[in-house]
Write a protein that binds this ligand. Structure first.
Ligand SMILES: Nc1ncnc2c1ncn2[C@@H]1O[C@H](COP(=O)(O)OP(=O)(O)O)[C@@H](O)[C@H]1O
Ligand SMILES: [Mg+2]
Length: 306
């Protein structure tokens, strides 16, 4: 892992209730247990949960991400809270404020610039559901995006829609570096539908700007999209994740990887119903193993490219 530049991991996936927050918290805890310094940030701006799962109690919104995005000049350090997990700090999401859903572009930039400069190994972002621009951009700006899904068709459908949106945002930010004109020609092409098909966008680039063909393909290969299958009920379901990995690679040209699965645990459900947090869930050995195995694959993948 790179020194003095934190690696930002976004955990998203479109559909609500598939286990994004559990996965984000589990991966953060697991990375911290490996000896890394980790910050987990709740950026589900309309439905925060991280404080409950990590059992921290911010007094009010002056101790949450609301302060960071609302109060000029505020710093992340002012809202970071220690957890029961050594090496893991959290920034909680909004408790009462529900008007943060669409952040202006400069706020997102400022946020990511600060995250990159943080003297920690990893930052894990717990994203909200849906495909609001802010959520797509949090995914697009991160170094590694992790998609969480169950095997249900509705979850997979939302996942592809979310990924397509985030991919187009990422592509747009990259193309802006090449010049405004190319963005207008390629992304705002009136011949293309409302939400352009990623492959049509790539072929439009190759058609109008052949000199950028290789550059854009090389850029896409650096984009990392991990896949985690949650609530698995049989080991054979792993092949669904593998299929998704293949599809994402072929369709978007990015570096996709099936990172592993989390099994379905009745005990997770039961403990969460009782309002128990991560410390209690961590005593479910299977869950801890599943998270550990995903993190091992994730870390190998991240370290491969430095
Ligand atoms: N592996 C699992 N086994 C059993 N229940 C799970 C599992 N993952 C998630 N759940 C259940 O699903 C609920 C939603 O999980 P959560 O992480 O909050 O989803 P999201 O953040 O995607 O909305 C949890 O409260 C829990 O009851
Ligand atoms: Mg959540």
């Amino acid at each position: 892992m790179r020194k003095r530049k934190s690696h930002i991991i976004a955990v998203g996936g479109g559909k609500g209730g598939v286990g994004k927050t559990l996965t984000a918290a589990g991966l953060a805890a697991s990375l911290a247990e490996m000896g890394l310094s980790v910050i987990l940030i709740d950026v589900d701006l309309g439905g925060s949960n991280v404080h409950t799962l990590l059992e921290v109690e911010p007094e009010d919104d002056s101790a949450t991400i609301t302060r960071y995005f609302r109060v000029k000049g505020s710093l992340l350090d002012e809202i970071l809270l220690s957890t029961d997990f050594r090496g893991l700090k959290v920034a909680c999401g909004s408790l009462h404020n529900y008007r943060l859903v669409n952040l202006p572009y400069f706020s997102k930039l400022r946020f990511f610039n600060e995250l990159r400069r943080k003297e920690v190994d990893c930052v894990v972002l717990d994203l909200g559901s849906g495909s609001a621009y802010t959520t797509l951009d949090f995914f697009a700006f991160s170094d590694t995006g992790i998609l969480v899904t169950t095997v249900e068709k509705t979850a997979i459908e939302n996942l592809y829609r979310f990924l397509r949106g985030a991919f187009l945002r990422k592509l747009r930010f990259e193309l802006e570096k090449y010049g405004r004109e190319i963005v207008d020609t390629v992304m705002n092409n009136p011949d293309l539908k409302q939400l352009p098909n990623p492959q049509e966008v790539i072929s439009t680039i190759e058609h109008f700007y052949p000199q950028y063909g290789d550059r854009i393909r090389d850029f896409l290969k650096t984009v990392k999209v991990g896949i985690v299958l949650n609530m698995m009920e049989s080991p054979s379901e792993v092949h669904i994740g593998k299929q998704m990995e293949k599809a994402v690679r072929a369709y978007l040209g990015v570096d996709a990887k099936m990172l592993g699965g989390i099994r379905y645990y009745e005990e997770v459900k039961r403990r969460m119903r009782m309002g128990e947090g991560m410390k209690s869930l961590w005593r479910i050995s299977g869950l801890r193993e599943d998270m550990g195995s995903i993190v091992k694959t994730l870390k190998g993948w991240m370290d491969r490219d430095g």
